[in-house]
Write a protein that binds this ligand. Sequence first.
Ligand code: ATP
Ligand code: MG
Length: 429
Amino acid sequence: MSKSLQAIRGMNDILPEQTPLWRYFESTVAGLLDNYGYRQIRMPIVEFTELFKRSIGEVTDIVEKEMYTFADRNGDSLTLRPEGTAACVRAVLEHGITGGGQVQKLWYIGPMFRHERPQKGRYRQFHQIGVEVFNLDGPDIDAELIALTWRLWGQLGIRDAVKLELNSLGTSEARGRYRDALVSYLNERIELLDEDSKRRLTSNPLRILDTKVQQTQALLIDAPKLADYLDEESRLHFDGLKARLDAAGIPYVINPKLVRGLDYYSKTVFEWVTDKLGAQGTVCAGGRYDGLVEQMGGKPTTGVGFAMGIERLILMLETLEQIPESIARQVDVYLCAFGEQAELAGLTLTERLRDALPNLRLQVNAGAGSFKSQFKKADKSGALYALILGDDELAQQVVGFKPLRGQGEQQNIAWDALAEHLATCVVQG
Ligand code: ATP
Ligand code: MG
């Protein structure tokens, strides 16, 4: 195939075989968020580049090398959003809906774009569901966000395969003091640092903590610990969160090296990780960002949120075979009609059935065809029953009602009795 007719590397089509699982996943999450009182917000996919530079931070992987940035026709620099928090903060500020301490509990869903190396669980266009809460600053809301995701894993049947990692980054002042201590410790051993970490020592030293380089990891064993630099307020907040998770019976591990890739976090950070997906093990990540709104030009407004990667969670459902039976079947009943008169009567009949049974998944054969070919299509559709309409049935005002999955014999049913009959034998989804 010529190159221009292929999708862009790392940007995937989601084919009809896969969309039922996506829709099941999305509606499960949406239902749960509704029940917890979160409201959906929809932001544009493109924003001014400046928005992401200001919020995510200039010296992060995302801003340094992963953004899809281009000039608009008038010369403005625009960027395809790499994440949702920045745009969500921009939106609440622009519309003044967090002013005067108004609480907002929001969620969004949609594609995000990052120029990364595509591999299993890592794409250039990927999808997230994100949640952001504004103007609630206690550990109770951090705990609710975690409880909500924990419940979701339960509903999806993947709870046993994920683990919660937790850390506190403290206030930005506490983190500043810790950063100084870490930098001076590492500066004394700079000849042992890998190149990437050397670079980060001046740009974003905390990121060195989650290095994959073994020699640097060894060096970090005796380095100053962030936990020892936590301010009193952050420690109380963290204790409050842990107490709530303990009370709710939600297991977690403290990971002192969890720092998250974005600059804007403070206090709580967390990740849900799995060992079922290879290297791309984080399925959901988030934390508190109490300074972000002010940094972006708003009044002081606390925030906390998370985002989950839909592709990775879909991969989890597939890997763990947690795909509900009900979504595999798309069709309940398939109508086969033979001859023009039967087709005409079939249309009237099926439209009446749709009136009577709005949830009935009813597919009408299109394109005519022989007995054999129509039955083959009926079978392939996955339908439980075929309805048969030929000259004989037409004359008697009945349909042939044929079970396709071995649930009894074929019988004739009068048109008037058909809706009632289907209501009893087709499970309504
Ligand atoms: P990672 O460490 O895997 O690169 P991240 O810290 O960059 O993740 P976040 O910015 O926190 O990711 O995004 C939240 C979630 O979105 C991640 O936990 C992951 O599930 C998903 N995600 C992030 N980047 C990608 C990607 N390129 N492809 C697919 N999913 C992604
Ligand atoms: Mg990343």
